[in-house]
Design a protein. Structure first.
Length: 471
């Protein structure tokens, strides 16, 4: 008998879930409420899509596994995405100082617009046999608290029910899964929110001539100084552009007007972001988003989880986007679905609960990283640091401080931030030794640029000064 799965949402998490399902299910119907663009354009239902996104190595590896037969990395690079080595391709100011750059480069992340990544993945998955996208709005789940058997959908043709052997909810930050479960008699979903009041502001710039290979540049927020966090990033993306994303927590929000945007960059803990863009040509207006709080639904702890239902991506947990982990976590959750489908097929008893527990494990490290920093910002809502948080923070700050000049400590941070390993990597003997040893060299007084990069920055300073003089 043919098997059908229904996926709610054609965003990144939904399409990766469809890819996992297509290997074992005859038909995958993806229900999406938005009109989907024909190219790498932004869509209405993804307000955070205009801001900086980082595809970490762990997430890219998961995507490669989910979409076999084609190189996702190769397709992204061919479309203009950039590959950035974590160890050598960045100028990064952390709360513990500037990170040095290392010759071996370390693992590589991919940078591009979220619109390009979503469009490319959507096209690659849609080419797989049995996958189709239907425009419609999901009204609720069909079935009972014991088993979900489909979804109720409103389409242009009216209301109908799509039956399914498995339903995957990947509807994103606006997911109504808690309400839908309550309608089925499953009310005991625990949720937690930690909200630092972060606001994102992003503007695109044309990459200045000669600066095409300038490193990704980031000035991180410092949550440990009892002041609002303020950060900025210059991210190379496709089309010969820089995506410049600013972020500020409650009381330190970046402005939406172009002049205020530039002033904000120059007033960051280091002015390098502002110096880079002061001489660059802006492309379009400033886009602001406030959809940034950390929210987690502990679905894996529900006492009686219904068969036939899986929840993935932002519908399980959303993270402060400043940490660049959401896409990779969604991809790893879809790999968990693939593993369980390979193990017993779509009709295997207990499949849904096992997948949900795998999804929770994929979330755990990213949640600990994001919340572990956000709880230190002033006026944060939903969390306060306890004794355990203080001990963990003290250790992680010492390890980061060591990483400013220790290659061994830097490799530990690369492994964790790239999502190639879990947080237990921080407790291995080599990591503990690196943290206890501390920095091996004096702190850097400024960003570790090459002579050629310093020349580029000086030229942009000069151009920016000339533009300011004509204003």
């Amino acid at each position: 008998m043919p098997h059908r799965a229904v996926v709610i949402g054609a965003g990144l998490a939904g399409m990766l879930a469809a890819a996992a399902l297509s290997a074992t299910v005859d038909e995958v119907v993806v229900v999406e409420r938005d009109d989907l663009p024909d190219g790498p354009d932004h869509r209405k239902g993804l307000p955070q899509g205009r801001h900086a996104h980082l595809l970490m190595p762990g997430g890219l590896a998961a995507m490669e596994e989910l979409i076999p037969g084609v190189s996702v990395r190769g397709a992204l690079l061919a479309a203009g995405a950039h590959e950035v080595p974590l160890g050598s391709g960045m100028l990064a100011l952390t709360p513990e100082g500037w990170l040095r750059r290392w010759r071996d480069g370390g693992p590589r992340m991919v940078t591009c617009s979220r619109a390009l990544l979503d469009w490319l993945v959507r096209d690659l998955v849609r080419e797989r046999a049995g996958v189709r996208i239907v425009r419609g709005r999901v009204l609720g789940l069909a079935g009972s608290g014991e088993r979900v058997r489909g979804v109720r959908v409103e389409t242009d043709g009216g209301r109908e029910e799509f039956t399914a052997d498995l339903v995957v909810e990947a509807g994103g930050r606006g997911s109504r899964i808690t309400a839908w479960l309550a309608e089925l008699g499953v009310p005991d979903v625990r949720e937690k929110t930690v909200d630092a009041g972060l606001v994102n502001a992003t503007r695109l710039y044309r990459t200045p001539a000669g600066a095409e290979d300038f490193p990704l540049t980031v000035v991180q927020a410092n949550p440990y100084v009892s002041r609002p966090g303020r950060s900025g990033m210059v991210l190379p993306i496709e089309g010969g552009r820089w995506m410049v994303s600013l972020a500020g927590t409650r009381g330190g929000e970046p402005p939406a007007d172009p002049e205020g945007f530039l002033r904000y960059t120059l007033d960051l803990p280091h002015p390098i972001v502002g110096r880079l863009i002061s001489g660059a040509e802006p492309l379009g207006e400033v886009h602001v988003s406030r959809s940034t709080k950390n929210t987690r639904r502990y679905l894996e702890r529900v006492r009686r989880w219904p068969e036939g239902l899986v929840v993935l991506g932002d519908a399980v947990a959303t993270f402060n986007p400043a940490y660049g982990q959401g896409m990779s976590v969604a991809a790893q959750g879809a790999v968990g679905l693939l593993r369980e489908l390979e193990r017993g097929g779509v009709g295997a008893p207990g499949l849904a609960r096992r997948v949900q527990r795998r999804a929770a494990r994929a979330v755990e490290a990213a949640w600990a990283s994001a919340v572990g920093q956000d709880i230190w910002f002033p006026d944060v809502r939903g969390g306060r640091p306890g004794l355990g948080d203080r001990l963990i923070t003290r250790y992680s700050r010492r390890l980061t401080g060591s990483a400013t000049s220790s290659h061994e400590a830097a490799k530990v941070l690369w492994d964790v931030t790239s999502l190639r390993t879990g947080p237990t990597r921080l407790l291995r003997p080599d990591a503990v030794l690196a943290a206890l040893t501390g920095p091996l060299l004096p702190p850097l007084s400024g960003p570790p640029m090459t002579p050629a990069e310093r020349k580029i920055l000086a030229e942009l300073d000069r151009t920016g000064g000339e533009l300011a003089g004509r204003a």
